[in-house]
Design a binder for this molecule. Structure first.
Ligand code: SF4
Length: 493
C-alpha cells in the first residue's frame, strides 16, 4: 500500500497571513513520530512517503502531488497545538476530491477520538495511544479489504455512522521499543533542521497536575547499550542532513528520571568516545542525587530544560512533581558550579488555577533570584488550558472547556480560554508583568543578557486590554530605581 504521511506545523495568523508559529518557527525538530511510523510501515513492506510541511513552512498543499493522488492511506500526527492546521490540511485534501482514507493519531486525537469521528466526516480513523502496531495492522487490513474491528487502539465509524473504539493493546515494552527501526530520516528534506530527535524512554512515572504529556505513569526506558547503539546510528543518519550533526535532541518526557540508567548511558557514550552534544528535559531532583550524573552529563549538555513550575512550596506540592524550592535552588547552584547554567532553562508557570497575584509574584521573584544568583535562563509562561492534564479534566468536568475550542487557529489568543484557567484580574496580570519588566531591567543593568529572561504578557490580555500607552505620570527614573530595589530585596538579593 502507498502511505503518505504529512508532518504538520503549528500555525497562526500574523499580519493577516497564516504562518508557522511556536516551536515550529523556525523549523527546529522533525516529527519523530511521523518518521518513526513511516519506518515501521516501510519495514512492513509498504511504500511510504513523507511531506514535511514543518520544513516547508507552509500548509498550502501541492494538490497535484503524485504521492497525494496515489495514496492508499494518509496519516497525520497531531497535538492540540497543531490541530487547527491538521484540520486545514485535511480540508484541502477533501476539497481536492482525494478519497484515500485519512487516519489521525497523537495526543489530541487520542483524547478526543469520539468527538473527532462524530464531528469530522473528513477523517476516517483515529489511532489512540501508541501507533506502531495499530497503523501496521490497519494498513494490512485495508490492503486486504478486511474489516478493521480487531485493529488495536483504532477508533472508526461503521457504515451507519456509529463510532466504534476498539480495545487498547498493551504499550510496547522496552525490548520492542529497542527493536523499532530507525526513523526514516532519509525521507527528510536536508539542510532545514538543526538536529535530529531521538527517544531513550517513553512515558513518565509521574502525573503532574498541569502536564498533558501522553503515557503518564507508564515509564519505559530502553537499556543503555541499546540506546547508545541507536544514538550512533541516528547520528550517522544526520550527517549531511542536519546543520549540527553532533547535536541530538532527546525528546523523552524526563530523560533522567531513572538516573542510574541515564548515568549508564553517559558512561557508555564516553566509553565509545562519542562527543555528542544533547538537549534534554530533566527534573531538578535528578541532578542532586549524586555527583557522578552531573559530572558525566555536563560535557554533553547543549541545553537542558528544568521544569521548575512554581516558586513556592505549596504550589509545587499541588503540582505533584515531588520537588521543593530548596531543591530547585540547589539544582541551579549545581549547574552553575559545573558551568552549564548558561545552557539551562528553568520554566515556570504563572496564573495556575489556584493562584492569587501574590502567588504568581512569589514565582516571579523566585525565578529572578535563580537567574540573578546562578545565571540560568528563566522562562515565565502563563498557564494555558491545554487538553490532557488533570487541571483540564477538572475544567471539562465543570463544563467550562470543550474539545471544539481547539479547532480554530489562535485558540491561545482566546480570552475566554485564558480567563477560565486562572483567577487573576486584568490589572493583576499587568501588575505581575510590571514586576517582571522591572526585575528584567535591573538584571540587564547588572550585566545579564536580556534573552536570559523569557516572558511575555498573555496574548488575550495584550490584545483585549493593552497596557496604557506611555509612561504613567507618577513614574520617574528615581521612582523606577527605588521600585527596582524594593523588588530585588523581596527577591532575596
Ligand atoms: S511535568 Fe514532567 S515529571 Fe511531571 S508528569 Fe509531565 S513529564 Fe512527568
Amino acid at each position: 500500500m502507498n502511505v503518505l504521511f504529512y508532518s504538520v506545523p503549528i500555525m497562526d495568523f500574523a499580519g493577516g497571513r497564516l504562518v508557522p508559529a511556536g516551536q515550529d518557527f523556525p523549523p527546529n525538530c522533525p516529527s519523530l513520530s511521523t518518521y518513526l511510523l513511516a519506518a515501521v510501515l516501510r519495514d512492513a513492506g509498504h511504500r511510504v512517503s513523507v511531506i514535511d510541511l514543518v520544513a516547508v513552512g507552509s500548509i498550502s498543499l501541492d494538490l497535484d502531488d503524485a504521492d497525494l493522488n496515489g495514496a492508499g492511506l494518509i496519516a497525520i500526527s497531531a497535538t492540540s497545538l497543531n490541530w487547527p492546521a491538521v484540520l486545514d490540511v485535511i480540508g484541502q485534501i477533501r476539497a481536492a476530491d482525494v478519497t484515500a482514507p485519512v487516519v489521525v493519531g497523537g495526543v489530541h486525537p487520542t483524547m478526543f477520538s469520539d468527538y473527532i469521528l462524530s464531528d469530522f466526516q473528513t477523517i476516517d480513523y483515529v489511532v489512540r495511544n501508541e501507533g506502531e502496531v495499530a497503523l501496521t495492522d490497519l494498513c494490512a487490513r485495508l490492503e486486504e479489504g478486511e474489516d478493521v474491528s480487531s485493529v488495536p487502539n483504532l477508533s472508526w465509524r461503521t457504515s451507519d455512522g456509529r463510532v466504534v473504539h476498539n480495545s487498547v493493546a498493551p504499550v510496547l515494552d522496552v525490548d520492542r521499543l529497542a527493536a523499532l527501526p530507525l526513523p526514516a530520516y532519509d525521507l527528510m528534506p536536508p539542510g532545514i533542521y538543526p538536529s535530529l530527535p531521538i527517544q531513550s524512554s517513553r512515558g513518565c512515572p509521574f502525573s503532574c497536575s498541569f502536564c498533558s504529556t501522553s503515557h503518564r505513569r507508564s515509564y519505559r526506558g530502553v537499556a543503555p547499550e541499546d540506546f547508545v547503539d541507536r544514538l550512533e546510528a541516528v547520528l550517522a543518519l544526520g550527517r549531511n542532513r542536519v546543520m549540527e550533526p553532533d547535536l541530538i535532541q532527546i525528546i523523552d518526557d524526563e530523560w533522567s528520571i531513572n538516573r542510574k540508567r541515564s548515568t549508564a548511558i553517559l558512561r557508555e557514550l564516553d566509553r565509545r568516545g562519542l562527543e555528542v552534544q544533547m538537549t534534554y528535559d530533566s527534573r531538578a531532583n535528578d541532578f542532586l542525587l549524586d555527583d557522578e550524573y552531573i559530572e558525566l552529563v555536563a560535557p554533553h549538555t547543549a541545553g537542558v530544560l528544568v521544569g521548575a513550575e512554581c516558586g513556592y512550596d505549596d504550589g509545587l506540592r499541588r503540582i505533584g512533581k515531588g520537588t521543593t524550592t530548596e531543591r530547585l535552588r540547589d539544582c541551579a547552584a549545581l549547574l552553575h558550579r559545573y558551568d552549564i547554567a548558561h545552557c539551562a532553562e528553568f520554566s515556570f508557570i504563572l496564573g495556575l488555577p489556584w493562584e492569587s497575584k501574590e502567588d504568581a509574584l512569589e514565582t516571579v521573584r523566585f525565578a529572578f533570584s535563580l537567574a540573578s544568583n546562578f545565571g540560568v535562563t528563566i522562562l515565565l509562561q502563563w498557564y494555558w488550558q491545554l487538553p490532557g492534564s488533570h487541571l483540564w479534566d477538572a475544567s471539562y468536568a465543570r463544563g467550562i472547556v470543550a474539545p471544539a475550542m481547539y479547532n480554530e487557529f489562535g485558540f491561545f489568543r482566546n480570552l475566554y480560554l485564558f480567563s477560565t484557567g486562572n483567577r487573576l484580574e486584568v490589572d493583576e496580570v499587568w501588575e505581575v508583568m510590571d514586576v517582571i519588566d522591572t526585575l528584567t531591567s535591573v538584571l540587564v543593568l547588572r550585566g545579564h543578557d536580556r534573552t536570559a529572561i523569557r516572558a511575555r504578557p498573555p496574548a488575550p490580555i495584550e490584545i483585549n486590554f493593552p497596557r496604557a500607552a506611555g509612561i504613567p505620570p507618577e513614574s520617574s527614573s528615581l521612582q523606577l530605581v527605588r521600585r527596582s530595589q524594593r523588588e530585588l530585596d523581596r527577591a532575596g538579593n
